[in-house]
Design a protein around this ligand. Structure first.
Ligand code: CA
Length: 382
């Protein structure tokens, strides 16, 4: 900053000197005044904002916490240092499940998690993260940015003084790690599985016992038989957790989280107190990060899957079609029950279902049809 001011002043002096030698002193003075006038608003705009961001993720968690760090860095770069955001992982400043309230109350300015964590406060929030047998990452992005989904999300968060922005998707997650084979829906009876959210409600409907465990306790619980199965994210994060050492089968696809969207949310008052250009920078950086997050998931999940298959010889199994058909039916019941909880949930679910019908029909003749015709190029091993 100081260096820039110095250079500017030096430039002005040089211009003035040049004008004097040319014998146009009056003119040079006017030029100098004009430049000073132009400089004035720039000085005002240079006010620096120091914000805090709290997340639901452990420190250094690939793509997720890493993505929040990246977002803060990009906002700093794009604003030329005018908006600095310091990122805190879960528990460093606020516990994971406390971040929604902390940002809502304005204790901190920014939060990042997944909107289904806030189902207890706003049931409608779940549709912006993951719906079993709902839309994948591409469909969700289309809904947010091309189908009015983000407007509904803003409406859902407005009573909490929050402004949400889509934070990128995990892509289709994996079905999970199992120590018992799933050949029919009956195999879920008595199955103890760690699976949160709406997916968990579906498993409970199928007769399973849903066990909620913090990330750090899943591996040991699986290894010791406290649970029979767990889902987590996808190959990248699952490999890091070492689940292949504790479970026999790795099932796909993750019907319960077909394209889980992450979120950034901002305290409304803090966001609106920023000059317009900084608000635009936040929006642009969020959208850039949205793209970055999905790209990272796809690229690194692809690589991690190869490691799981070829190095760790993981037994990869697709859920039987009959099981998926039964789960789909149970999921429809669960989603309908959730949608009946309040008016906003009904409104969001109606919009979601209508959009999925349209975008899904298009997807079946575009993305799906294309995947099918090139499927011969890929084999799971080698
Ligand atoms: Ca998951």
């Amino acid at each position: 900053m100081k260096r820039r001011d110095f250079l500017k002043k030096a430039g002005l002096k040089a211009a003035a000197a040049a004008a004097v030698t040319a014998g146009v002193v009056g003119c040079a003075k006017k030029e100098e005044e004009k430049k000073e006038e132009k400089k004035a608003p720039a000085v005002v705009a240079k006010k620096t904002y120091n914000w805090k961001m709290v997340t639901t993720w452990p420190p250094k968690l690939p793509v997720l916490q890493e993505g929040c760090e990246r977002l803060a860095k990009r906002i700093g770069e794009l604003s030329d240092g005018r908006l600095q955001i310091k990122v805190y992982a879960a528990g460093e400043l606020v516990p994971a499940m406390g971040i929604f309230d902390a940002v809502s109350q304005g204790t901190v300015e920014v939060g990042s998690g997944a909107s289904y964590y806030w189902a207890g406060k706003a049931p409608a929030a779940q549709w912006f993260a993951a719906v079993p047998f709902g839309m994948n990452a591409q469909g969700m992005a289309a809904w947010f940015h091309g189908g009015g989904g983000l407007k509904l999300w803003e409406e859902t968060y407005a009573p909490f003084n929050l402004i949400p922005r889509p934070g990128g998707s995990t892509g289709v997650q994996m079905g999970g790690w199992f120590n018992k084979k799933i050949n029919s829906i009956k195999d879920y009876k008595g199955l103890k599985m760690r699976i949160p959210g709406l997916g968990g409600k579906v498993i409970a409907k199928a007769g399973g016992t849903v066990v909620l465990l913090p990330g750090g306790e899943i591996f040991t619980s699986l290894e010791r038989g406290v649970i029979d199965a767990t889902e987590w994210v996808g190959p990248l994060h699952d490999l890091r957790m070492g689940f292949y050492k504790a479970a026999k089968y790795y099932y796909y696809p993750g019907w319960h989280e077909p394209g889980t969207y992450l979120e950034y949310f901002f305290n409304k008052k803090a966001y609106e107190s920023l000059p317009k250009d900084l608000q635009h920078i936040i929006d642009a950086a969020c959208m850039e990060n949205e793209h970055w997050v999905l790209s990272q998931f796809d690229a690194r999940n692809g690589a991690a899957l190869q490691t799981l298959i070829n190095k760790h010889k993981v037994n990869l199994i697709k859920f039987p079609d009959t099981v998926l058909d039964d789960l789909r039916q149970l999921a429809a019941e669960v989603v309908a029950e959730e949608a009946a909880k309040d008016a906003m949930s009904k409104k969001v679910n109606d919009a979601f279902q209508n959009f999925q019908k349209v975008v899904g029909t298009w997807g079946s003749v575009s993305e799906k049809a294309y995947y099918d015709i090139i499927a011969f190029k890929f084999s799971l091993r080698g």
